[in-house]
Design a protein around this ligand. Structure first.
Ligand SMILES: *[C@@H]1O[C@H](CO)[C@@H](O)[C@H](O)[C@H]1NC(C)=O
Length: 290
């Protein structure tokens, strides 16, 4: 996402497209915050094949009471959303600036915007899910029971960005939930400011802001490395290329769908590389084998 003027024009065009689609789809639905929820994600054209893998599971796990909001980083993302989901709302995702850091923080900007909208409006819960966090069942009823204004899923591998040895995990910025409250908005605003300028990843910035007010989403609800029972949301570790992700994860998802009890056998459970083997045990305890 370079900052040249061509990229600038493309982004401006994407913004116009997004705005046009948003206006076209804005027949206000009846919203009761006890039953209605927002799920937000961020997409660029490169990740469209992953969105194609993600969306059918998401759609099967949810119904019309869930509004999907996709923050689009380019035209191809808008096109992919329109292809797969005519009801989804699209937003412009650049945060108003054409720089890399702003794009990386698109999820934070988007959720902050939605939390503020909902705080002033329908007061729906806002869930953020990366398109590589696969919804096998709906996590929503479990997420509703969390009282903290903001709660994150966890990454228990010692090599995760923002990992804290004392805590035994990193907050994972790929899946989190926000209540439509001032407390959530102020954390998101602080997160946005801390992540600005590209000095550290969005996840590192979130972990630097961690305090006792931040909730944790249980591993039964969102898990990176399931050891048997299928979590509501599986957020696997990543083979590098998009095509590899789609291929390997698609195979595992097909096994889960067919009821294969061993679906997760052999899936990677770390970021690999020289840190291979430093894996989490149940409960977030970390083993460091050397
Ligand atoms: C729903 O709205 C009420 C107030 O209108 C609020 O007390 C409650 O916390 C909201 N639910 C969620 C999930 O934020």
């Amino acid at each position: 996402m370079g900052g040249g003027s061509r990229a600038g024009h493309r982004l401006a065009r994407a913004a116009l497209l997004c705005a046009a689609f948003a206006a076209a789809g804005s027949a206000t639905p009846a919203t009761d915050n006890a039953t209605h929820t927002i799920v937000a994600t961020v997409l660029n054209g490169k990740y469209a094949p992953l969105f194609e893998l993600w969306h059918p599971r998401f759609a099967a796990a949810t119904d019309a009471r869930v509004e999907l909001v996709v923050a689009c980083l380019d035209d191809d993302a808008v096109a992919a959303v329109r292809r797969l989901d005519t009801r989804a709302r699209t937003l412009e995702a650049t945060g108003g600036a054409h720089d890399v850091a702003a794009a990386r923080l698109a999820k934070v900007h988007t959720v902050l915007r939605l939390v503020r909208e909902e705080a002033a409006g329908s007061k729906r819960l806002v869930i953020y899910s990366d398109v590589d966090a696969f919804w096998l069942q709906s996590p929503i009823s479990r997420l509703r029971r969390i009282e903290a204004p903001l709660a994150f899923s966890r990454d228990g591998v010692a090599t995760a960005a923002g990992f804290d040895g004392k805590r035994g995990f990193a907050l994972c910025a790929g899946f989190f939930v926000a209540r439509p409250t001032e407390a959530a908005a102020s954390f998101l605003d602080a997160w946005r400011l801390k992540g600005r300028g590209g000095r550290s990843s969005d996840q590192v910035a979130a972990n630097e802001l961690y305090d006792e007010g931040v909730g944790i989403i249980a591993d039964e609800v969102v898990d990176r490395c399931p050891r048997g029972a299928v979590p509501a949301v599986w957020h696997p570790y990543s083979p590098a290329q998009i095509s590899g992700k789609v291929f390997f994860w698609g195979r595992v998802l097909a096994k889960i769908a067919s009821g294969d009890g061993d679906a997760f056998a052999g899936v990677r459970c770390s970021w690999g590389g020289r840190h291979k083997g430093r894996n989490r045990r149940a409960g977030g305890v970390v083993t460091a084998r050397r």
